[in-house]
Ligand binder design. Structure first.
Ligand SMILES: Cc1ncc(COP(=O)(O)O)c(C=O)c1O
Length: 384
C-alpha cells in the first residue's frame, strides 16, 4: 500500500536507531531523555496501584476530557480561569498531535526554535505545516527574528520550550518571556508553551510561565513523565476553552480518553504528602549528576568544546562548532562504537537548515561513575 503524502517526507528516525544501540550491554547511554527509573516514586504509588483492583468503576470507559477529580486538582494547581479549560492527554506528546490536527492545514506557517524537540518536528512535519525557525540565544529565542517573521508572514503558532529546552537546556529569561507574550498578543499568534522539564530546576529561581503574560493567546502543555513516570503516559494541555473543545473532538476520534486507572494513580501521587520530598530528592540527584558531567567535560575535552551551563532539565548541549570540518554524525557514530551513546545535533534541525555542530548529552539516567567513564570514551573520539 502506498504511503500517505504526509509520511513521505518524514525521515527514518536516527534517534530510534541510536536508542536501540544505546541499550546494548556495555554501552553508557547519554542519548535518551530518560529519567532514572530507580527514582520512580513507586512506593508512593503502591497503595493506589493496589487499590485499583477494588475499583471496577475506574476500568469503565471514561470522559474524553479527563478524570474529573484530576481535572479539579489541575484547575486549582494551575489556577485556571473561567475562560480556560484543561484536557488530560496520553502524554504531552499527544497534546502536540491533537493541536496539529485541530489547527494546522497543510502549508500553514508555524515557528519553532532551531534546534528543536524532535517529537514536535515530527508532529508538525506530519501535519505538513510550513515550519519556519528562529535561532536561540543564551536567554531564549531571537526576538528580532521572531518579530520579523510575525511581520512578514501569517503565522499560526509559535511552539517553544521555555524551561530547560530540549535539546539545548536554554531557559528563557523573564524579559524574553514577557517579550514573546507581547509579540504573540500584538500579532495574534498562539504561543504553544511546552514545559515538561519545568519542575526539574536544581539551581536559580523559577520564573513565571511565558503564557501567564498572554493567557488568552496560549496553550500550555505539561507532562508527568519526568516527575512521576513516563510509562503512565499522562500529560495535560490547557488554555482558551474553545481551543480545548476542538482538541477534545480530535481526541475522541483518536483514543476516546487517557487511561482512567492511571489518572487516578497520578492524582493520588500528586496529593501524597511525600510527593514534594520526592521532587526535591530528584532535583538534588540530577543537580549532582549535572555537576559531575560538567566537571568532567571541562576537565577532559578540548577547550573548543563548549558546554552550555544549565539550571535544570536533563540535557547539556556540547558545541563543537569551532572544531574545523566537524562531521557531527560521524562523531556520534564513533562515540557509539567506543561505548557511549550521544545524540548528534543534526537530528534536531530540519533538513537544509543552518546547523550548529553539537552533541546532546543526557545527565539524568547514568550514575556519576558512568558519567566519568562516558566522558573518557567521548574524549577519545572528539576531534582535537
Ligand atoms: C520538549 C518535550 N515535549 C514533549 C515531550 C513528550 O513528553 P510526554 O512523555 O509527556 O509525552 C518531551 C519528551 O521528552 C519533550 O522533551
Amino acid at each position: 500500500m502506498k504511503l500517505a503524502h504526509s509520511l513521505q517526507n518524514i525521515q527514518p528516525s536516527y534517534i530510534r536507531e541510536i536508542l536501540r544501540a544505546a541499550s546494548a550491554p556495555g554501552v553508557i547511554s547519554l542519548a535518551g531523555g530518560l529519567p532514572d527509573s530507580t527514582q520512580f516514586p513507586l512506593s508512593l504509588m503502591k497503595p493506589s496501584l493496589q487499590a485499583l483492583a477494588e475499583q471496577p468503576s475506574l476500568f469503565q470507559y471514561g470522559n474524553t476530557q479527563g478524570f474529573e477529580p484530576l481535572l479539579d486538582y489541575f484547575g486549582n494547581a494551575y489556577q485556571l480561569t473561567n475562560q480556560q479549560k484543561a484536557l488530560v492527554c496520553t502524554g504531552s506528546q499527544q497534546a502536540l498531535d491533537l493541536i496539529a490536527r485541530a489547527f494546522i492545514n497543510p502549508g500553514d506557517a508555524i515557528i519553532m526554535e532551531a534546534p528543536s524537540y524532535l517529537g514536535a518536528l515530527q508532529v508538525f512535519g506530519l501535519a505538513q505545516a510550513n515550519i519556519l525557525s528562529v535561532g536561540q540565544n543564551k536567554d531564549g529565542p531571537d526576538l528580532n527574528q521572531l518579530e520579523t517573521l510575525f511581520v512578514q508572514q501569517d503565522i499560526k503558532m509559535f511552539y517553544g520550550v521555555p524551561d530547560f529546552h530540549n535539546p539545548t537546556g536554554v531557559c528563557w529569561s523573564l524579559w524574553v518571556r514577557k517579550e514573546v507574550a507581547r509579540l504573540c498578543q500584538q500579532y495574534n499568534v498562539t504561543l504553544v508553551e511546552d514545559i515538561p522539564y519545568r519542575e526539574l530546576r536544581f539551581a536559580g529561581t523559577a520564573l513565571p510561565i511565558a503564557s501567564s503574560f498572554c493567557p488568552e493567546h496560549a496553550l500550555v502543555l505539561r507532562s508527568y513523565s519526568k516527575i512521576a513516570t513516563p510509562g503512565i503516559r499522562i500529560g495535560l494541555v490547557y488554555g482558551n476553552q474553545e481551543w480545548i473543545d476542538a482538541l477534545i473532538k480530535v481526541k475522541q476520534g483518536s483514543d476516546l480518553h487517557t487511561s482512567v486507572p492511571m489518572q487516578a494513580v497520578l492524582l493520588h501521587l500528586l496529593q501524597h504528602n511525600e510527593f514534594n520530598l520526592h521532587l526535591q530528592n530528584l532535583r538534588v540527584l540530577y543537580g549532582r549528576r549535572y555537576q559531575k558531567l560538567m566537571e568532567q567535560l571541562k576537565l577532559k575535552l578540548p577547550a573548543q568544546c563548549t558546554a552550555n551551563p544549565v539550571d535544570g532539565g536533563m540535557f547539556i548541549w556540547l558545541t563543537l562548532t569551532e572544531l574545523a570540518d566537524c562531521d557531527i554524525l560521524a562523531v556520534a557514530q564513533a562515540a557509539l562504537k567506543n561505548g557511549v551513546a550521544v545524540v548528534p545535533s543534526c537530528v534536531f534541525y530540519q533538513p537544509k537548515e543552518k546547523q550548529v555542530s553539537a552533541l546532546r548529552l543526557n545527565f539524568t539516567h547514568a550514575r556519576e561513575e558512568e558519567l566519568v567513564l562516558a566522558v573518557d570514551r567521548l574524549k577519545a573520539v572528539v576531534p582535537h
